[in-house]
Structure formats: C-alpha cells, structure tokens
Design a protein around this ligand. Structure first.
Ligand code: NDP
Length: 306
C-alpha cells in the first residue's frame, strides 16, 4: 500500500480506500463533529512514550455511517476506538460484547478490538471520579452531588456517584422525564441507611430556577454535563446568582482556561474546574483497556495543557 502523511480528519470514504501511513493508524475517535477533539494529541504522546508503533486519529462519521465505519475498522485491524457525540449510545448496537459498566450506563465511549471482536466499555464515570479527587481532593462518597443533564455523560457520571455511594444525588434535566427515568434506574443504589433529614437522597428535579435554588443549599458538588457553555452565546446552565461559596462546580466542558460557569463559580467564592481532567482520566483508562498497561498520565496531561 502507498505511504502518505496522516490526515487531520478521516471519513468513511477514506476507510473504504485506506492508505497506510507510518506509524499505522490503528486507533481513533469517532464523532460528528470531531474536529474539536483533543484525544489525538493526548493519545499520540502516550503511544510515543510507550514506544507503541501506532497512531491515533479523528474520524468524522455520521450516525448513518457508524455501522459501516466500525465494520471497516474491524477489517483494517484497528485495536481501539473512542466514541464521542452522538455515537455513545448508538454504538452499543454494533458491539460483540458490552462490559457491565457500559451496559448499566447505557453508553460506551471506548471500544477494544481483539481478533475482530468489538468489546465496549465506559471510562467516563471512573474518569470523572478521578478528576473530582484530583481537582477538589475529595471522594464522591463524601459528597452531595447535583448533575445537570441526562445524556451519555450525565448517565455515566450519575452511575459512578451511585456506585461510590455518594451522600446524595440530584438529577436535573431540561426534559424532566429523562432525569426521572435515570433516578428510577439508580434507585437500588440508594436504599442504604444514611439519614439526611428532610431532603431525599435521590431526586429528579425540573430545570427551573426555584428548584435549583432549593437544591443548591443541600448539595456540595454541581456538575454541568450539558453542552451549555460550548458556544459563547450559550446561557449559563445554572444562573450565576445562585452559586454560593460552599460549592464545588465541575464543568465537563473542556477548554483551555475557564468556562463561563467555572468563572462564575470562582467569582461567587466557590471552587471550580473544567472538564480537561475528566478528559485526561477517561483517556488514560481507555489506554489501559487497549494495551493492558498503565497509561503515562504525566505526558498525556502535558499534551492537553500545552
Ligand atoms: P448528550 O447529547 O447525550 O446529552 C446532552 C444533555 O444536555 C441532555 O441531557 C440535554 O437535555 C442537555 N441539553 C442540551 N442542550 C441543552 C440546553 N440548551 N439547555 C438545557 N439542557 C440542554 O451529550 P453528552 O452527554 O454526550 O455530552 C454532554 C457534554 O458533556 C458535552 O458537551 C461534553 O462537553 C461533555 N463531556 C465531557 C467529557 C470529558 O471528558 N470532559 C466526556 C463526555 C462528555 P435534553 O435531555 O432535554 O435534550
């Protein structure tokens, strides 16, 4: 096969007429859009550091193309993939195996391909947990958490909070039914003996300022798991006037510097962090699944913050 330079972004047509490059592309992130993904810069330094002779690239694949793309990647000998918006839920249908965590989260962000078999995992939840410990030096177990959103990221985060037996979990979503359904699915984690007084340990709430105001007084950590904040014109997911000094605010949106929500939190005297640390840790956990060895987290972090 003819050798060429790696492209910034590959498409389904590229997979159909595959040209090998050196080192060969055997890993990648599939999304729509995908141009913004920082995963290649983080994973390629990890591959380089571990002397693994492969490259990681971006793949612009629409929902209608996902099935064909996965089949071609299997045939081309890919070893690992990440999935981003909007594929995390849809990809489950094309897997040969789904680990318990991804099954329960109802979403997969990591695929390992071994002997042509596609196995799905979800590292978002554990990556989030590590990020919270790193950013705020606390464990989810000790926190009352409010998660904003009920999509793929929110589901993985809420499940992780439940698994780690957080003190309290409040789920808020624009479409309340989705938050209520999520709470129902997590109810078996919250039958324990913790006593919290007048507020419920697990609760779904409407996307309304009065509901946020009441809950803010009864939570420690607020997590934005909606895309609000990705665009400059977006309203804040939670009105800045509600933010209070006792809060930790984690915005899963990753940018270099602060997101508007994190800036507002800091201005209110609270602590805040953006999603780069979650991106780092979910990526490091994916690397460990693909290669069965510890990821070089230090160089991956430097690559992200460069
Ligand atoms: P999904 O599309 O699955 O879910 C989006 C969620 O946001 C839904 O609950 C949706 O509500 C809500 N939402 C969307 N638009 C609005 C709006 N205008 N107002 C209020 N709520 C809104 O996306 P994901 O869960 O996959 O991703 C969400 C975000 O999480 C991404 O933008 C990304 O930045 C971040 N993320 C970060 C990661 C990291 O490593 N740091 C990893 C994964 C995700 P509804 O149900 O009503 O539609």
């Amino acid at each position: 096969m003819k050798k060429t330079r790696a492209k910034e972004i590959y498409t389904l047509d590229d997979l159909r007429q595959w040209h090998e490059v050196d080192p060969p592309i055997r890993l990648g992130v599939i999304g729509d859009p995908v141009a913004h993904s920082l995963s290649p810069q983080m994973q390629n330094v990890a591959l380089n550091q571990c002397k693994i002779d492969m490259q990681y690239s971006r793949f612009q694949i629409s929902p209608a193309e996902l099935s064909d793309a996965l089949q071609l990647m299997r045939e081309l000998g890919f070893v690992g993939l990440n999935l981003t918006v909007p594929h995390k839920i849809a990809a489950l249908a094309y897997l040969d195996e789904i680990d318990q965590n991804a099954r329960r989260a109802g979403a997969t962000n990591t695929i390992k391909i071994n002997d042509g078999k596609l196995s799905g995992f979800n590292t978002d939840g554990k990556g989030f947990s590590r990020a919270i410990r790193e950013e705020f030096a606390v464990d989810l177990r000790d926190l009352r958490v409010m998660v904003l959103g009920a999509g793929g990221a929110a589901r993985a985060i809420a499940l992780q909070c439940a698994r780690e037996d957080c003190e309290r979990l409040v789920l808020a979503n624009r479409t309340l039914e989705k938050a209520t359904k999520m709470a129902d699915e997590l109810r078996d984690f919250f039958v324990g003996p913790r006593v919290l007084g007048p507020v419920a340990r697990l609760q779904a709430i409407p996307w309304e300022e009065s509901a946020f105001r009441f809950q803010i007084a009864n939570v420690d950590l607020v997590v934005n798991a909606t895309p609000l904040g990705l665009n400059r014109a977006d309203p804040s997911p939670i009105p800045a006037r509600l933010l209070a000094p006792h809060l930790m605010v984690y915005d899963t949106i990753y940018v270099s510097g602060q997101t508007p929500l994190v800036s507002a939190a800091i201005e209110a005297g609270a602590r805040g962090a953006n999603g780069l640390s979650m991106l780092l840790h979910q990526g490091a956990l994916a690397f460990e699944i693909w290669f069965g060895r510890e990821a070089p987290v230090g160089v991956m972090r430097s690559a992200l913050t460069r």
